[in-house]
Design a protein around this ligand. Structure first.
Ligand code: F6P
Length: 375
């Protein structure tokens, strides 16, 4: 008997997705493993995330060709070196309360004869996986998000490549900032969690780091920068999360349009803050929005490796018939957790242990139990 596995990538794309799809495919279809298990598997790539499963007509060959892609070792051979997702992605939510297409989705999974699904995504994609699993569909998840805000895993695909982009781009900005004695505000991604700003800012040596988990004051940022200039430095780099808030104010959005999961597109805090800081300090200021550049480019070694390990583990879960779970990296080991645990809350920065609210930066002690509080 040959079992058909569907694999999809949902939500924002990032580096490492193709590696995960490659290793799901290679592990599922490996001839030696097939002989050893006594069970053959076939892998079908589902195009554009959940959109494939609400759009495909399993009776129509053209529609099947449009929304699915048979995968084998030869097809995926070179994928792990490529950024983005060859399968494509979308923010389609089959359980969107404004347009519920979950029944269609379930009917199409049956119509395509899919024994199990591998859903590669963040909290939104995996919340759909969780709901489908509760409705009896066999699903396993693989964690990805450059924001790294998924619970119950120490790694999410795309994060390391994005951190490297931030570090490289800030390095580039340093020379021009220094040449012109300017202040640069660099806006990075991070909707709810400031991991990219904090660790990207730490890796790049940013002078001020602003995160969604701690509301900041413009006057305090200005004071920190002025202190640096008085000490003799010529330029400053401020890294700010797109989701960071000025105390007493809300997040800034690029538009009011919502996706299928009810999210609006964040953006604008970098530009807004740059103007405020220029007014407060008098320093010539520029802002840079790294935006989707953080999601692009070739995957780092870590993203290729984690994609590989997660892809292999997802097939292990399917063989064990251990559904409703997400593969996870915890305490240096590949393991799995329930999808429920993965999506029940977001993994945010613990300000008390990792952030220094006095310096608006990473913490400068590792062993002491708490950071000094600003207030
Ligand atoms: O997937 C996470 C993320 O990269 C967030 O950091 C960001 O807010 C959002 O996606 C941007 O989404 P879009 O690609 O739809 O503009």
């Amino acid at each position: 008997m040959t079992r058909r596995i569907g694999v999809l990538t949902g939500g924002g794309d990032c580096a490492g997705l193709n590696s995960a799809v490659k290793w799901v495919t290679k592990t599922a279809t490996d001839p030696h493993l097939t002989a050893y298990r006594g069970e053959a598997m076939e892998v079908i790539g589902l195009r554009e995330g959940w959109k494939s499963l609400v759009s495909v007509n399993p009776e129509d060959p053209d529609s099947v060709a449009r929304w699915t892609m048979p995968l084998d070792e030869l097809v995926v051979r070179t994928w792990d070196r490529q950024g983005g997702t060859v399968l494509g992605s979308s923010r389609t939510n089959p359980f969107n309360p404004k347009d519920d297409r979950s029944a269609q989705c379930l009917a199409n999974i049956a119509g395509l004869d899919l024994h199990a699904l591998v859903a590669i995504g963040g909290e939104d994609t995996l919340s759909v996986a969780y709901k489908l699993n509760n409705l009896g569909q066999k699903v396993v998840g693989i964690p990805k998000t450059i924001d790294r805000d998924l619970n119950a895993t120490d790694y999410t695909l795309g994060y390391d490549t994005a951190l490297n982009v931030i570090t490289e781009e800030v390095d580039r900005l340093r020379t021009t900032a220094g040449s012109h004695s300017r202040l640069f505000v660099v806006e990075v991604m991070g909707r709810h969690a400031g991991w990219l700003a904090l660790e990207g800012g730490e890796a790049a040596g940013a002078h001020v780091i602003l995160i969604p988990e701690y509301d900041f004051e413009v006057a305090k940022v200005a004071e920190l920068l002025e202190r640096r200039r008085r000490a003799g430095v010529r330029y400053d780099i401020v890294v700010v999360s797109e989701g960071a808030r000025i105390r007493g104010q809300g997040e800034l959005y690029l538009s009011d349009k919502e996706d299928g999961f009810g999210h609006k597109v964040l953006g604008g805090i970098g530009e807004y803050l740059a103007k405020q800081l220029e007014a407060a300090t008098g320093y010539e200021t520029r802002h840079v929005v790294l935006s989707h550049i953080q999601r692009g480019g070739q995957p780092s070694a870590r993203d290729r490796l984690m994609g590989r390990y997660f892809g292999i583990a997802a097939v292990d879960l399917i063989l064990e018939e251990d559904f409703g779970r997400m593969v996870s990296f915890r305490n240096g080991q590949i393991t799995s957790v329930s999808l429920k645990q993965a999506i029940e809350k977001l993994y945010l920065i613990d300000v008390d242990t990792l952030y220094d609210p006095l310096r608006y930066n990473g913490r400068r002690s590792s062993m002491l139990p708490r950071s000094p509080r600003a207030e």
